[in-house]
Design a protein. Structure first.
Length: 202
């Protein structure tokens, strides 16, 4: 079988799962778990987690948590958190914080930080800064900074400038500078220039 035929089969399976996820997410999940290991299965599990969480958050959380440890579980928990934060960021953040330490928690925390920063960057930033040292990582601060800079670059720059000097401020500034390098139209923005100046002082 040629690669185009295999790609067509994978796409067809994902389409079936996509349609089934709304009507019967549990059946969709069982179908997805029967797929060959790979990107198509990962995509399907992530899609089911998002759609299930939108209609039945408790059921989605219970399903995601009982998946075997590994990439599929991490992906499902991240997508559940991403959907949850859109309706109740505080509860979604608490859920992510209370997950066992590891990849699943790291991914969920980053998803919460990024999504929350797009909705309410000031609240997301306050949450990220106040996380305990064991929960807080550079990735979370970077996610908030990047998300904030996307919509409100001047506010993001002010926030970064007022952070305590040290790793936290450095991570936030790096996120904004990295984002500007990916979006060249932002290279000369005041937000980017402020963060570059902060990094040059290190």
């Amino acid at each position: 079988m040629c690669s185009s035929d295999l790609q067509g089969q994978r796409q067809a399976a994902e389409n079936v799962i996509y349609q089934l996820a709304d009507a019967n997410p549990k059946a969709a999940a069982n179908f997805a778990l029967s797929l060959p290991t790979g990107q198509s299965q990962q995509n399907s599990i992530g899609n089911i987690a998002s759609r299930w969480a939108a209609s039945d958050l408790k059921g989605a959380v219970e399903w995601a948590q009982q998946l075997p440890e590994g990439g599929l579980r991490d992906n499902a928990l991240r997508n559940v958190a991403t959907t949850w934060v859109q309706s109740d960021p505080v509860a979604a953040a608490a859920f992510a914080v209370n997950l066992p330490a590891g990849n699943a928690q790291n991914n969920a925390l980053s998803a919460v930080a990024s999504t929350w920063a797009h909705q309410d960057p000031k609240a997301a930033a306050e949450w990220a800064v106040n996380l305990s040292a064991t929960e807080k990582s550079g990735e979370i601060i970077r996610s908030v900074a990047s998300g904030w800079a996307q919509n409100f670059p001047a506010e993001a720059a002010t926030w970064v400038a007022n952070l305590p000097v040290g790793p936290m401020q450095n991570n936030a500034a790096l996120a904004i500078v990295s984002r500007s390098e990916e979006h060249t139209s932002e290279l000369q923005s005041p937000c980017n220039l402020v963060c570059r100046l902060l990094l040059e002082k290190k």
